[in-house]
Design a protein around this ligand. Sequence first.
Ligand code: BEZ
Length: 400
Amino acid sequence: MSKIKRTDHRRRRFIQGAVAGAAITAFAPSRFAIGGTAKVKVGILLPYSGTYAFLGEKITAAMKFAIAQAGGKLGGRDIEFVQLDSEAKPPKATENTNKLITGENVDFLVGPVHSGVAMAMAKIAREENVITIVPNAGANQLTGPLCAPNIFRTSFSNWQPSFPSGKVVYDDGHRNVVTMAWNYGAGKQALGGFSQGFEDAGGKIVKQILTPFPKVEFQAYLTEIAALKPDAVFVFYAGGGAIKFVKDYAASGLKDKIPLYSSGFLTEGTLKAQGAAAEGIKTTLHYSETLDNPANRIFRPAFEKATGKSADVFAVQGYDTGLLLLQAMNAVKGDTGAQKEIITAMENAVIDSPRGKWTFSAAHNPIQDFYLRQVVDGQNKVLGIAHKALSDLAKGCRMG
Ligand code: BEZ
């Protein structure tokens, strides 16, 4: 379907709904006043099974929570959410994205968590010109060579949270470091960000270890690290894999000998399960549950009360996705056909987030603070700001 046809279709759906609402008005005047237009369709492609399942659940719950708090509508229109389980499986991403875009003709697409899924999804979203909000997947390419006017990310690029850790580890006195991650785009790019920051400061990467995704058999690699005797270890793991890695690292006896660092996903939404094994781990991330700002103080208890889920960075990214949709759709009074105006509203959005206020870069990625955190008494305690207002490098991004 051509770009123009898709936009026309959305506008037609909006107008037909409005006309239907107006017709009903003659018999029931209050009906139009409460919004007689067709529902806004929001397609969601997130993992609800596998190692990233709880990330997908938190993002979904928090996005819906943000919209519910604002009255449950987008630009005055009711919403239909169409939800698919991505399973965090890149081979299924093309079919799933087509189901939402072509099969369901969604107005907006939200997803995914996994960078490999994001690569396939973004290519289709670009071709089909559907406004897409990425609430987690950090694939650098999405705000680099694959950037597009209709693609926005409310989370981070993989480079972003890891880059500040490089200087932190160097400043802690470590010079020789082993890095380790799942062997796919997010893992490799996270290690790339760390290595850049660490080597710029003067440190040396002794060895980079890549392990198959989503496997969690780490023992052989931990034995190798013990033999290498680096000053410190930096890793990227998230979700269920992060829980297992932190427990295995402590059980292997390495925790007391070689300090463990990571981007903050290692200790997000996982601390209860990791227990004492996580104590002392230092990470850098764009959120912490202990951030003392008004938005975070209000968000955490309200989200937890409404959903029964604990708030973490994934919930915050979902919440901010909801806030972005609300701002953009209010700006066009619900007209999903006004794509140019929606994009302008998104580009100019200021998100008053629990992570701190943030805005979009020219490549549509958050410009945001990265906090240095340490696990103390089962919480990611903020030690300071590791990098203020960090923007993604956006290498190769040409909008237009
Ligand atoms: C990713 O695949 O981009 C990703 C997954 C989980 C946490 C962070 C990044």
